[in-house]
Design a protein around this ligand. Structure first.
Ligand code: AMP
Length: 308
């Protein structure tokens, strides 16, 4: 088993979907990644920052999921990163209503000594210079560095983002962001162009339409599980990233074949995330329901066909 180092926001979110609205609830990219990866029982740590307003019970909840939280800095007198968003009726697209960086604006990440040799580094969504600084603190080059980002950083810190993209092995990004980053409409062309920026593997997430994994000339597709009810898609992308890296950390195998399995685990876990508001569903997942749904996934995608 490899150690998994996670960096990303630990946040307050306020979410509006066609089904309801929340006040400030627990969110953040690293929160979702950590909860998702914890289902693989890997050793993981989160590097992040919160303000004095962040409830201790949330940190305790992460710790209860066996996540090392010693590198989540608590800034006295500071306010936690806040994001609010509103989903459109299709639930595949959303508008960001507000992003308050707060303590994230001056964050200097410190990687814990015990994780400077982590095999897998998951650079979750936050300022690209923070992602870069985490990579630079590694004393042993990770076997795999995975980057997730979003349009906010393309709009506000593109040069820094390109610097970190150059240094990673895998990028996970959604379809619209892949188009924005590459300037290409076709996702196949977009992935090819993004691969020339650095990452050998490109994962393009398409919400309820599944995810594509690109490597050289190979392409693998995993559907999203068709769900009767999608309640809140927030964090699905991060949950996907946590499942992807959690599986790779557990199996210590970064071959393309194993990455296909990682994409299936990732989609499987993301399907739970969207069933309730925020992190609620991910906090209470059990082994059996994960395995049962994996079986459903298998049945959904497996077929025999005669080639004549
Ligand atoms: P996802 O739905 O997977 O894109 O992730 C949603 C999570 O990303 C929310 O919990 C937010 O707190 C967090 N988030 C939103 N905007 C940003 C941003 N600009 N940087 C880092 N994290 C963000």
């Amino acid at each position: 088993m490899s150690k998994l180092l996670i960096v990303g926001t630990v946040a307050f979110d306020a979410i509006e979907t066609p089904f309801g609205k929340t006040d400030k609830i627990l969110g953040g990219a690293a929160t979702y990644i950590g909860l998702s990866a914890s289902t693989f029982k890997v050793d993981s740590a989160i590097v992040s920052v919160v303000g004095e307003d962040f409830p201790q019970e949330y940190l305790q909840m992460l710790e209860d999921h066996n996540i090392d939280i010693s590198a989540i800095e608590v800034v006295q007198g500071g306010k936690t990163f806040f994001w609010s968003g509103r989903y459109h009726n299709d639930l595949n697209s959303r508008d960001t209503l507000e992003t308050q960086l707060n303590v994230l604006a001056d964050f200097q990440p410190v990687v814990p000594d015990a994780y400077k040799d982590a095999g897998i580094v998951m650079l979750g969504n936050l300022h690209p210079l923070v992602q870069l600084s985490v990579l630079e603190q590694m004393t042993t080059a990770p076997k795999l560095a995975v980057l997730d980002t979003m349009n906010f950083w393309m709009d506000n810190a593109l040069d820094d983002l390109l610097k970190v993209i150059e240094k990673v092995d895998v990028i996970t990004i959604n379809d619209e962001e892949a188009r924005q980053l590459s300037g290409e409409h076709s996702l196949v062309r977009a992935a090819r162009k993004i691969a020339t920026m650095g990452p050998r593997y490109v994962v393009i997430k398409k919400g309820e339409h599944g995810a594509l994994l690109f490597h050289d000339e190979q392409i693998f597709f995993a559907p999203a599980l068709p769900l009767e009810e999608v309640f809140d898609p927030t964090g699905a992308g991060d949950t996907f990233a946590g499942g992807f890296t959690g599986h790779l950390a557990k199996t210590e195998n970064i071959s393309f074949e194993n990455m296909k399995k990682a994409v299936i685990h990732a989609s499987n876990l993301a399907s739970f995330c969207v069933e309730k508001f925020g992190t609620e569903r991910m906090q209470k997942l059990d082994k059996k329901e994960i395995a049962d749904r994996l079986q459903e996934f298998k049945e959904l995608t497996q077929f025999e066909i005669e080639l004549t």
